[in-house]
Design a protein around this ligand. Structure first.
Ligand code: TYD
Length: 198
């Protein structure tokens, strides 16, 4: 099973992905936790260098293709449940809605990058940009390339629109307590198993 967490910076998706990973481990499930950007050098390139929005997109898509080929597909084939912190919706929300690039073209390119590998279930942690930025400023001193209020609001709206168009996306209220969110995630996964696998 392939599970993805999405949301704007500061939404808490990394913490929740980790908590789900630990919960599965405790239950004896073969599970692997991963994230995007996947390749450390590509992550540094996209965050620190002077790219235009398409240049930025090409790096994220190349990085995703490596992620799928080198890690996600092999792990799924070995029978692992894979949990990824970010995947293809991030590019549509950040580069499509945040940077205003042509969404249809982005979708076409993104499909090539993922080689048809869609998540079984995606959890979107929805939160307003003010609360997200407040959380980020408590945990770090510097704001990265994408962490600006107007930009993050556009990205948030993008995620919400995409969640309604795509299959298997569950929207969660990221302001809820982390253990309540974990409970909701687990019950959605149970439902998914009941509907699709039993
Ligand atoms: P992030 O998950 O925030 O990494 P970290 O926790 O190490 O800071 O990802 C880095 C940034 O990249 C984040 O602001 C979102 C952005 N991003 C895109 O704009 N498009 C994408 O396709 C992906 C995967 C990430």
């Amino acid at each position: 099973m392939f599970i993805v967490f999405e949301g704007i910076d500061g939404s808490g998706k990394t913490t929740l992905a980790k908590l789900l990973f630990e919960t599965f481990q405790k239950r004896g499930i073969k599970v692997f936790l991963t994230r995007e950007p996947y390749d450390k050098n590509l992550r540094k390139t996209v965050l620190d260098r002077d790219l235009n929005p398409w240049g930025e997109t090409f790096i994220f898509l190349g990085d995703r293709n490596l992620h799928v080929r080198e890690l996600i597909k092999p792990k799924l084939e070995e029978g692992f449940t894979v949990i990824s912190d970010r995947f293809y919706l991030s590019t549509l929300a950040y580069q499509g809605f945040g940077r205003s690039l042509d969404l249809e073209l982005l979708k076409e390119l993104n499909i090539k990058a993922i080689e048809g590998l869609k998540p079984d279930i995606t959890f979107l942690l929805d939160i307003d940009a003010d609360t997200a930025l407040e959380r980020i400023s408590k945990s770090r001193n510097t704001l990265e390339r994408f962490e600006k209020k107007d930009f993050l609001n556009k990205v948030r709206e993008g995620f919400l629109k995409l969640a309604k168009e795509e299959n298997n996306v569950v929207i969660l209220d990221a302001k809820k307590h982390i253990y309540q969110l974990l409970g909701e995630v687990l019950s959605h996964i149970d439902n998914y198993f009941r509907k699709n696998l039993l």
